[in-house]
Design a protein around this ligand. Structure first.
Ligand code: OXD
Ligand code: MN
Length: 624
């Protein structure tokens, strides 16, 4: 397929970097900036000693300036504007390509507050470790001040932060991923809480020293201080390690704010789904990585009459509101999506979204100056420049794009973005879905009997490791609520928070119903039983017809499942007996799974909520 058919023609968008005069840069705080922000920025500049400090305004002119600077420094190359208008390709240092979970720390005063699933470090000790690293770490560089809002500007459900960074790539990315700039800064006054986040690539430049295209450091610390709500990140410029608004703030720190304030910060996509009767629902869904979350966020239904619109692809903040409903906002403003596996046949909407105005990182470059990655098209081009800048042909035997290569693009550019995606009140959630990649055991869809059972389903999410991941293929990784690397406090206390929030929602009203799905069950030959992708709309149909009271369900040992004929499989090419296999419950393997859950719960000691232990007892008795 030619790249011309992959990209939309530019709609009045300048095909090249604009060449007007560089705007006047704010090297001192804009007038009216709250004293707390000024004092903090000054204090960090005194430690990190940058050559200059720039206060970001979030304007397109500022973005242009950053793009020009990054092109000059070799951090990015501009893609051919005929194919990919106003888009750039960054190649990171090969040692800086992903989130570093083993260098990510939760520095709570008390070790038990971090819990067994986090790396804990004593706060004073971490501060002592970081102090010499941050001392003078921005020498020879510019320190950028980025005020940002997570969530729509001014929404009572949004929260504010200020990130400092010495990486122009991080500024350009944060300006896509968040509402960044002067309008966010204006919302901070003496009474406003805001999260301070300090980021450095950890590569100061000596007098006259030439810079490298992707500065970073082999020493890395992604440190969170939940008590003081601070983030300190050192040594990486990649993704969640450096765009601190995302995993660090919107999940790790926000989950602790949410616990204290009575809401929930979740690793979930948000959808608006409209049925053929014109009734709209909102759904959130949590999946561990490599389970097709972006594909679901941009799903094109195969069943007639249903429409799916996107509100968020990664993070949802869920607030119980006074009317007893659960309201969700997407705190982010952009998508930082994994490129490989995103293709014309698997996620056409994502491909349309990245038609232009996109930063690509670690994908391959075509000879015509456009991008390529594994899975974009069925056939690889005959020649590429790979993610490390080397010549590549299909005979090279290596991946042309890094498996964790990404696109960074504004959410508003997504053709399926919903008109209520920025509703400051949030959208009322009707259903919560938990999923994982399970070749065995877990049925295609199960409905929780009640909130507590639903919390048990979330707490026991596990996903099989794929060949791409470290470890034994098929080995189960427990990933409760898909939050394993993202919960800023003890996971068992987090389960207790879910139970507590549930009590605030009005039962029998519009309390969201909870479901578990598994698109990945295989038959005895190792073939997938369910076609997945757009056909997953059939499962969404069952879920929402249940929510709408239009369908009965059968009570099974694991929860409520479709009655015979309840799941719409009309026109699907399922082999004889496959539907039964998709819902088969093998008591013996489920009893073994219950034992493994008991062991997992035991790692949290006496913090596990009694309601979840009770669910385990109920499961065992229903199985036997
Ligand atoms: C992500 C992740 O990048 O979950 O969204 O790792
Ligand atoms: Mn994620």
């Amino acid at each position: 397929m030619s790249s011309a058919t992959l990209s939309k023609p530019s709609l009045g968008q300048s095909p090249a970097i604009r060449t007007g005069p560089i705007r006047v840069i704010a090297t001192s705080a804009p007038q009216g900036t709250d004293e707390s922000v000024v004092a903090w920025v000054d204090s960090i500049a005194a430690i990190t000693v940058p050559d200059q400090v720039i206060w970001c305004d979030g304007s397109p002119q500022e973005w242009d300036g950053l793009a020009r600077l990054m092109v000059t420094q070799g951090t990015v190359v501009q893609l051919n504007p005929e194919h990919r208008p106003y888009s750039f390709l960054a190649r990171s240092d090969p040692s800086d390509v992903a989130r570093v979970e083993d260098r990510t720390f939760i520095c709570s005063e008390d070790e038990t507050d971090a819990g067994p699933t986090n790396n804990w470090a004593e706060p004073a000790q971490m501060r002592a470790t970081l102090a010499p690293l941050f001392a003078g770490c921005m020498r020879g560089r510019t320190m950028y001040v980025m005020p940002f809002s997570m969530g729509p500007l001014g929404s009572p459900l949004s929260r504010l932060g200020v990130q400092l960074t010495d990486s122009p790539y991080v500024v350009a990315s944060m300006s896509v991923m968040t509402r960044m700039g002067t309008s966010a800064l204006k919302l901070i006054d003496a009474a406003t809480a805001w999260v301070p986040a300090v980021h450095s690539v950890g590569k100061p430049l000596a007098e006259g020293e030439a810079d490298v295209a992707w500065p970073c450091n082999t020493t890395k610390y992604i440190s969170h201080f939940p008590q003081t709500r601070e983030i300190w990140s050192y040594g990486s410029a990649y993704g969640g390690n450096a765009l601190l608004a995302k995993k660090s703030f919107a999940l790790r720190i926000a989950s602790t704010m949410a616990r204290d304030e009575g809401w929930m910060a979740e690793h979930m996509l948000i959808l608006k789904i409209t049925n053929p009767r014109g009734k709209a629902f909102h759904v959130v869904a949590a999946f561990p990585s490599a389970c097709g979350k972006t594909n679901l966020a941009m799903l094109k239904p195969t069943i007639p009459g249903w429409t799916v619109e996107t509100i968020g692809d990664d993070i949802a903040w869920l607030h119980p509101s006074a009317d007893g409903t659960l309201r969700a906002i997407n705190p982010e403003a952009g998508f930082f999506g994994v490129a490989p596996g995103t293709g014309v046949s698997t996620n056409a909407t994502a491909i349309e979204t990245v038609w232009g105005n996109t930063i690509f990182t670690n994908v391959a470059m075509r000879d015509d100056g456009d991008v390529w990655w594994e899975g974009l098209t069925d056939k690889a081009p005959d020649h590429l420049i790979d993610w490390q800048g080397n010549e590549w042909t299909p005979a090279s035997g290596t991946k042309a794009a890094h498996p964790n290569s990404r696109f960074t693009v504004a959410a508003k550019q997504c053709p399926s973005i919903s008109d209520d995606w920025e509703d400051p009140k949030g959208v009322v959630i009707d259903a919560i879905i938990f999923g994982g990649r399970r070749a065995t055991n877990v049925p295609l869809v199960v409905e929780a009997r009640d909130w507590e059972h639903g919390v048990y389903l979330g707490a026991t999410i596990s996903s099989e490791k794929t060949a791409a991941a470290e470890g034994t293929v098929g080995e189960l990784r427990r990933d409760p609520f898909a939050m394993l690397p993202f919960c800023g406090y003890n996971m068992a206390d987090y389960w207790a928070n879910w139970l507590k929030v549930g009590q605030q929602l009005r039962p029998g009203g519009r309390m969201p119903r909870i479901f578990q799905v598994n698109w990945f069950r295989k038959d005895e030959n190792g073939d997938f039983l369910w076609p997945g992708f757009g056909e997953n709309s059939r499962v969404l149909e069952w879920i929402l017809e249940r929510v709408d009271g239009k369908l009965p369900a059968a009570d099974g040992p694991l929860g409520l499942v479709p009655t015979a004929g309840g799941l719409n499989v009309e026109g699907l090419d399922l082999a004889e007996g496959d539907l039964e296999k998709l819902f088969e419950v093998d008591a013996e393997s489920w009893l073994a799974e219950a034992d493994s859950t008991e062991e997992f719960f035991a790692t949290f000691g006496d913090k596990v909520p009694a309601a979840l232990l009770n669910q385990l007892t109920v499961l065992r008795s229903r199985l036997s």
